[in-house]
Design a protein around this ligand. Structure first.
Ligand SMILES: Cc1ncc(COP(=O)(O)O)c(C=O)c1O
Length: 361
C-alpha cells in the first residue's frame, strides 16, 4: 500500500525553515510587543516592494481586507459591485457586509475567471466597482476589465506571488490563511494600493477609525495583522519566488505526465501561480472516488456557487442564471499540489485519474 498523498502539505513547505521561524517568534516574545510592532511595519514595506505598489496595510484576514477597502472607498448601501459567483464565499460576503450589493457575472469556461463580456452586461448606473478574483492563482483579465473605466478591486487572496497582479486596480486584497501561496501560521490579510490616502484611511479603519488612540474619526473595526504573523510572513516572503517556481514546475509536470488526456487540465499562462491545480471533467465524481480509494487528496470548489447560496438568496438568482459558473462547479476538481510535491507522487495522481476514466497507462 502506498503512502497517502495529501491535497496540500504546508508543513513540508515550512519544515526546512523551522529554525528561523522559532528564532523570529522568540524575538517577538523577547520584545513583548504583539500588535503594531516593528515586524508589521517591516513586512508592510517588504510586501509593498515585492508587489510593486506604494503601500500595503496589514489586517486580520482576507475577508476584512475586502470589507475595509469597500468601507474606505465608501462603497456601501445603494452601490453594486460586480464579482464572480465562482469564488470563495468571502468575496461576495464582504461586499454584502459593506452594505453593497454583489452582482454576479458569469465566467470564461477556459480560465474560470470573470468573462469581461459577461461583466459588460451587468454594468448599471449603480455599479461602483468591479471585483475580479484571481481564481486558483490565475490572473483575471485585468486590462480588459480596466477598460470599463470603473474602479477595480482585486481579490488576490489566491495569487500572492503573481507578477501580473496588484497594480491595475484601486486596491488588491490578500489572505494569509495557512494554505495560501504566501501564508501565515494562522489568519492574516493585507491590502495593497498605490493611493496613500486610501492606505491612510485603511490604517485608521483597521483600528477603530483612529489615528491616535483617543480620537475616533470613523466607525471602524479591530482587524490587525499581529507581530508573530508578520515576523513569520517576512521569512516566507523571502521564499515565495522559489515556492512559486516549484508550483509552476509541478503544474508543468502534470501536463507532461498526460493528465490532460484524462480531463481538461488547466492551460498555462504567464503569471499563473497555481494556488491550486484545478481541472475539469464531466466524470468528476468518479475521478474523486478513485483518488480517495488510492488515498490521494482531492477537492471540488464552490458548489453550490455563490448565487445559489442560502445566505445570498435575497439577491434573487436562480439555477440557470450563470450557466458556465454552474457547469464549472459541477465539473471541477483539484489534485495535490504544493511547493515540493515529488514527481513520483504526481505520477501516482495522474495514473489514478487516467485509470478512473479508462485512458490507457
Ligand atoms: C478568493 C478568496 N477571497 C477571500 C478569501 C478570504 O480570506 P480569509 O480566509 O483570510 O478571510 C479567500 C480565502 O479564504 C479566498 O480564497
Amino acid at each position: 500500500m502506498h503512502d497517502p498523498i495529501p491535497l496540500v502539505d504546508v508543513k513540508a513547505q515550512y519544515a526546512p525553515l523551522l529554525p528561523s521561524i522559532r528564532e523570529a517568534i522568540d524575538a517577538v516574545l523577547e520584545s513583548g510587543q504583539f500588535v503594531f510592532g516593528p515586524n508589521v511595519t517591516a513586512f508592510e514595506e517588504e510586501a509593498a516592494r515585492y508587489l510593486g505598489v506604494r503601500e500595503t496595510v496589514g489586517v486580520g484576514n482576507g475577508t476584512d481586507a475586502i470589507v475595509l477597502v469597500l468601507n474606505a472607498l465608501e462603497i456601501g448601501p445603494g452601490a453594486e459591485v460586480i464579482c464572480p459567483a465562482f469564488t470563495f464565499y468571502a468575496t461576495a460576503e464582504a461586499i454584502a457586509r459593506a452594505g453593497a450589493t454583489p452582482v454576479f457575472a458569469d465566467i470564461d469556461p477556459l480560465t474560470m475567471n470573470l468573462a469581461p463580456e459577461r461583466v459588460a452586461e451587468r454594468i448599471t448606473r449603480r455599479t461602483k466597482a468591479i471585483m475580479p478574483v484571481h481564481l486558483f492563482g490565475r490572473p483575471a483579465p485585468l486590462a480588459e476589465l480596466a477598460d470599463f473605466g470603473l474602479p477595480l478591486i482585486e481579490d488576490a487572496a489566491q495569487a500572492f506571488g503573481s507578477p501580473e497582479i496588484a497594480r491595475a486596480g484601486v486596491a488588491s486584497t490578500f489572505s494569509f490563511y495557512p494554505t495560501k501561496n504566501l501564508f501565515g501560521l494562522g489568519d492574516g490579510g493585507l491590502v495593497a494600493t498605490d493611493d496613500p490616502d486610501l492606505a491612510e484611511r485603511l490604517r485608521m479603519l483597521r483600528f477603530h477609525g483612529s489615528k491616535a488612540k483617543k480620537i475616533f474619526e470613523y466607525v471602524g473595526t479591530n482587524s490587525r495583522l499581529d507581530e508573530i504573523q508578520a515576523a513569520v510572513l517576512r521569512i516566507f516572503l523571502r521564499e515565495l519566488d522559489a515556492w512559486t517556481a516549484l508550483r509552476r514546475e509541478a503544474a508543468e509536470r502534470y501536463r507532461e505526465l498526460g493528465l490532460g488526456e484524462a480531463c481538461e487540465a488547466p492551460v498555462d499562462e504567464p503569471g499563473h501561480v497555481y494556488h491550486l491545480f484545478v481541472s475539469r471533467s464531466p466524470q468528476r465524481d468518479a475521478i474523486r472516488v478513485a483518488l480517495a480509494d488510492a488515498r490521494i487528496g482531492s477537492a471540488e470548489y464552490y458548489l453550490p456557487p455563490l448565487h445559489l447560496q442560502p445566505a445570498l438568496s435575497y439577491l434573487g438568482y436562480s439555477e440557470g442564471d450563470l450557466p458556465e459558473t454552474e457547469r464549472a462547479a459541477r465539473e471541477n476538481f483539484s489534485v495535490p499540489l504544493w511547493a515540493g510535491i515529488t514527481a513520483e507522487q504526481q505520477a501516482r495522481v495522474v495514473e489514478t485519474v487516467r485509470a478512473a476514466v479508462g485512458v490507457p497507462a
